[in-house]
Design a protein around this ligand. Sequence first.
Ligand SMILES: Cc1ncc(COP(=O)(O)O)c(C=O)c1O
Length: 442
Amino acid sequence: MNTPHSDQDLSAFWMPFTANRQFKEAPRMFVSAKGMYYQTDDGRQVLDATAGLWCVNAGHCRDEIIAAVTRQIGSMDYAPSFQMGHPLAFEAAKKVAGLMPAGVDRIFFTNSGSEAVDSALKIALAYHRARGEGQRTRFIGRERGYHGVGFGGISVGGILNNRKAFSGNLMPGVDHLQHTLNIAEAGFSRGQPAWGAHLADELERLVTLHDASTIAAVIVEPLAGSTGVLIPPVGYLERLRELCSKHGILLIFDEVITGFGRLGAPTASAYFGVTPDLITLAKGINNAAIPMGAVAAKREIHDTVLQSAAAGAIELMHGYTYSAHPVAAAAAIAAIDLYQSEGLFERARELSPLFEKAAHSVAGAPHVKDIRNLGLVAGIELEPRPQAPGARAYEVFRKCYEKGVMVRYTGDILAFSPPLIVQPEEIERMFGTVREVLNEIK
Ligand SMILES: Cc1ncc(COP(=O)(O)O)c(C=O)c1O
């Protein structure tokens, strides 16, 4: 039975990435979900314009995933993956590998995107060490990058507020590229901005500063979502790939939100035709039914690490109690089957032009500073209110919610990333509601 929030004691749950005091004064509670909609505790339907947190790509409460999870939890709730195995782990790895770029097909399971990022950084170090270049320990991230909240992830990440409280203890030996957003040069771009490929050349400057022989890896989101939807300029990722290869630096694509169809392809790597050495995954990996993440590694990286260890020795001293959890693995197999049987990645690609048009239809509304989009992702950046950064976007978020549409906001940027099952009229409704709200607020 639903407990109305007015009767419930909310004090014990310290909510993540939430203004706890503000939330608890006026809670927004979801109690069930189906397809494109959440239901609130006061019985309202809310259109999910963000696939939860960029993760429920096949829509909510899909019967096939529910059945797989139910079957698995009833037959084997848990089995360790340290020196033991269970068949679903291997099957899930094979399914995930089948969606990765050719050769990037060795899968290390984690429980979240943050863990996938920290695991990828460790694999990069282990690889260089295994090939006798253990001095390659430096990582290059990018300003405004979001790579989760582990100490590795916030160190290579580039979001000030996620770093500053912990700044004394970030990982040493990290540098950052500039981010690629430039509204003056590329505002209101539809799809990839034409301006900005040259920003990848900054890697050459960092190589000159640190020397390539000290750099293990560059990590970027091919399309940065959490930081406010930054679309890579045409040619930028290709150039980064070229420079990393030239200098023996591994390239890591953090595909925690772009993996599993968000851009209308299995990965952003496939969409852009740029193959990194390591890919971090989570969220859509199993439609977010059970926590799960992964690193997909090039076979050469995997083989090098394995072959460098003595026979019978554990090759990589890393792993999680819940790596390849049987229920999460069952959900991954079912979710990937669903993505494929329903052609959801192709569907996302087909809907992209309509989604782009609808997003850019908000351009004439008050307070709009920029609109950017690619695949089924869009960002609408608002002019901030003087002395109150984020306040305007929060008000839009809240009013949209009251009107039955959940959008996401970061600072003064609204983000949209609906489940790939979204209908054209729901796309119109999302952006129509935002337009309406922008006309109502100051
Ligand atoms: C690109 C990227 N990397 C890592 C993460 C962290 O994932 P998690 O919250 O599952 O730890 C996120 C989460 O939004 C993300 O967008």
